[in-house]
Design a binder for this molecule. Structure first.
Ligand code: SF4
Length: 494
């Protein structure tokens, strides 16, 4: 006689029940603390989180579509206990309440899955992808064009000062306020005022007079603009005006794998058995520079470092190997030329490359392709952008003059010189040994079917190829929700 209840309509093994069950087991204290109390009663954060995770699992990312689903789809209605948050509430919850707390929720989900034995949290396969930001492709700011414009202003100031010196016969360059090379809006205003004062009452070329009038207004304003843009840029080369956190990166997404420059974020993940165990968003397009911070975040989340890290050649750098060695992590990470070194046939020209030359560690010398001893002539320390110090030895061949191999071996002036990074060489040798071991071969083949299909699933099956929100923090929430949804979706299928 009674109409069927929602409870009866949801099958016992439906994925929505897994979302409900898992989110019920998560401690949400940091999220609950974000609700100050008082005012109108709000929707419970647990219910809101369930709805969002389920929506991301069903490839529904827009708040208006989620609002519609909560009103008409029995799975959402069951999950929401028949409550109906509107799109504004959903949006606010996603962009404000989840800020800074979603990673903790994510880590608890991963720990629960690890307890179920479906993944091994101590083993991680790392990779990254560039995902397009929600930003205009044509509103870019380039660090190089700022540099070029500033240099142009410097050059023209110098020319104006030279002209004024010629007319006044005074030494203005030395009395110009500060170094012209370190220009800023105030300094430029002062120099232009100084030029104008010195030229007062003198016969001045009309063109110069007009130029001085024009640049007095435009240069300080432009330099202020450049200063603000440089602050936003930081150590990046570009950013988008519509999403200043997004950097222009080359993506390979046309059918011919041609690179296209688009505003993107570099999304890094670690996986274990195709479950995501860590995620991060980076402005730097190079994977190499993201690994230490990605591993630090892992340690912060779980309280320990992974035991094994498997990654492709994009991550094999001196800094990354050193970091993993310090943290006692077994690194199965390839380096550039790893595959070239081990392919069956090396091209004749390649045998001249520095990595194929013999280095005697005890006696500290290298042997060139003609069998000459290359001795160390210099040693220096180089600091990377992140503060990592590299010790480099410079080795020189004794006499390249008249050598029949000269043209193919090198085109340097004088004798051939080679830079040798001692620590990187040692760490690479250790990595090579590990990568070629039986275990290494197994990890390398597993990497291709562990982390790479996860990106494929999210981009192709979940149809997520562009972020919906702007700003790094919002984008981080999007990838967090996607990662939880991916993990629960995969768990439901097992
Ligand atoms: S060019 Fe110089 S470094 Fe190269 S093979 Fe000849 S002697 Fe050796």
């Amino acid at each position: 006689m009674l109409p069927p209840s929602l409870e009866e309509l949801i099958p016992a093994d439906h994925v929505v029940r897994i979302v409900d069950h898992v989110i019920d087991r998560i401690k949400l204290d940091p999220l609950v603390k974000k609700y100050p109390g008082g005012g109108a009663s709000s929707y419970h954060p647990r219910m809101m989180l369930k709805i969002l995770v389920y929506a991301y699992l069903c490839n529904t990312y827009q708040s208006r579509k989620i609002e519609a689903a909560v009103q008409s789809d029995i799975h959402y209605m069951w999950l929401a206990g028949m409550q109906r948050p509107d799109h504004n509430t959903i949006n606010r919850f996603r962009s404000e309440r989840l800020k800074g707390v979603l990673k903790e929720v994510f880590s608890q989900v991963v720990e629960l899955l690890a307890e179920q034995g479906v993944l091994d949290i101590k083993k991680m396969y790392v990779d990254g992808t560039k995902l397009e930001a929600n930003a205009n492709r044509y509103t870019f700011v380039w660090g190089n064009s700022i540099k070029y414009n500033k240099e142009r202003i410097q050059k023209q100031i110098k020319e104006l000062l030279e002209y004024a010196e010629e007319v006044t016969k005074e030494d203005l360059m030395d009395s110009a306020p500060g170094e012209i090379t370190q220009i800023n809006a105030d300094k430029v205003s002062q120099i232009i005022d100084q030029i104008n004062t010195s030229l007062e009452g003198k016969e001045v070329d009309k063109k110069i007079k007009n130029k001085l009038k024009r640049v007095k207004k435009s240069w300080p304003k432009n330099l202020e603009k450049y200063k603000k843009q440089e602050d936003i840029l930081g150590d990046r080369k570009s950013y988008s005006k519509t999403d200043p956190d997004a950097t222009f990166m080359r993506t390979k997404d046309d059918h011919f794998k041609n690179g296209q420059l688009k505003p993107c974020y570099n999304w890094q993940i670690s996986t274990s058995d195709q479950y995501i165990t860590n995620y991060g968003i980076y402005a730097n397009p190079t994977d190499t520079l993201t690994l230490p911070s990605h591993l630090n975040e892992f340690k912060d989340m779980y309280g320990f470092s992974p035991e094994v890290v498997v990654a492709d050649a994009g991550y094999g750098s001196d800094e990354n190997y050193s970091y993993m060695e310090e943290q006692n992590i077994e690194a199965y990470v390839k380096y550039n030329f790893f595959h070239k070194e081990h392919k069956a046939k090396i091209k004749p020209k390649e045998v001249f490359q520095a990595q194929y030359l013999y280095y005697d560690e005890d006696e500290d010398y290298m042997i060139c392709p003609m069998g000459q001893k290359m001795v160390r002539i210099d040693e220096r320390q180089v600091e990377t952008k992140s503060g990592h110090i590299k010790k480099i030895g410079v080795y020189e061949a004794q006499n390249c003059e008249g050598c029949p191999l000269r043209g193919v071996c090198n085109k340097q002036e004088g004798n051939r010189k080679i830079n040798l990074n001692y620590r990187y060489r040692k760490l690479k040798n250790r990595a090579r040994e590990r990568l070629l071991s039986k275990q290494g071969v197994q990890y390398r083949s597993q990497r291709c079917v562990d982390v790479e299909p996860v990106f494929g699933n999210i981009k192709q099956n979940k149809n997520f190829t562009r972020f919906l929100t702007r700003g790094k923090e919002n984008v981080l929430i999007e990838v967090g929700l996607l990662s939880i949804a991916h993990n629960l979706g995969k768990f439901a299928k097992n």
